[in-house]
Design a protein around this ligand. Structure first.
Ligand code: 5GP
Length: 173
């Protein structure tokens, strides 16, 4: 069996350019207000690492682990696999996602985190696939809007592989 071919969808230079713009926008919006960035594991780790270096506002970093199960249920189910280390009450939160696909994960995390009395919550997603949405949820800051293609690289995996690719890619069978 031949191994799948990998095609570049968004090259690393374009990714870095867009992240610089996102960081500048976020820094302008928050100014000197301390910000808690919450990375959603595992897919967001590379995006968060680059984004945080493009933000000049004072930041604290947290991680949350989430897993979504498609199963047979039409609503989908999300489970928290790793919780935050510290409380977030009265904090300005920026939830950092790799991709908004069906929207189920983001919707669930926003619901859970908003019950912990943060001062504000906004979301930043590296990618948005609006055509796949099953629940209405919108990112406040979006890196790139893409078509309905399964993407890998720059933190995103296929069966836990390919996260280390520098470009955002697609698998061609
Ligand atoms: P949701 O469907 O809940 O919006 O997204 C759940 C998670 O599915 C995302 O955070 C991401 O980790 C994963 N996911 C969705 N679309 C893709 C994709 O095209 N490629 C990869 N590697 N993961 C995806």
């Amino acid at each position: 069996m031949s191994s799948p071919q990998i095609e570049v969808l968004i090259p690393q230079e374009e990714i870095q350019k867009r992240i610089t713009e996102l960081g500048a926008q976020i820094s302008a919006d928050y100014g000197d207000r301390p910000l808690v960035l919450i990375g959603v594991l595992k897919g967001s780790f590379m995006f968060l690492a680059d984004l945080v270096r493009a933000i000049s506002s004072p930041v604290r970093i947290e991680f949350i682990g989430a897993k979504s199960y498609e199963g047979t249920s039409t609503s989908g189910q999300v489970q928290i696999t790793k919780d935050l280390d510290k409380p977030i009450s009265d904090e300005d939160i920026l939830l950092v996602e790799d991709i908004i696909d069906t929207g189920l994960t983001l919707n669930y995390l926003l619901h859970v985190l908003s019950q912990r009395s943060p001062r504000s919550i906004r979301t930043v997603a590296f990618l948005d696939k609006p055509s796949r949405r099953r629940i209405e949820v919108k990112g406040d800051y979006i890196g790139f809007t893409i078509e309905d293609k399964f993407v890998i690289g720059y933190g995103l995996d296929f069966e836990q592989k390919y996260r280390n690719l520098k470009d955002l890619c697609i698998l061609v069978p």
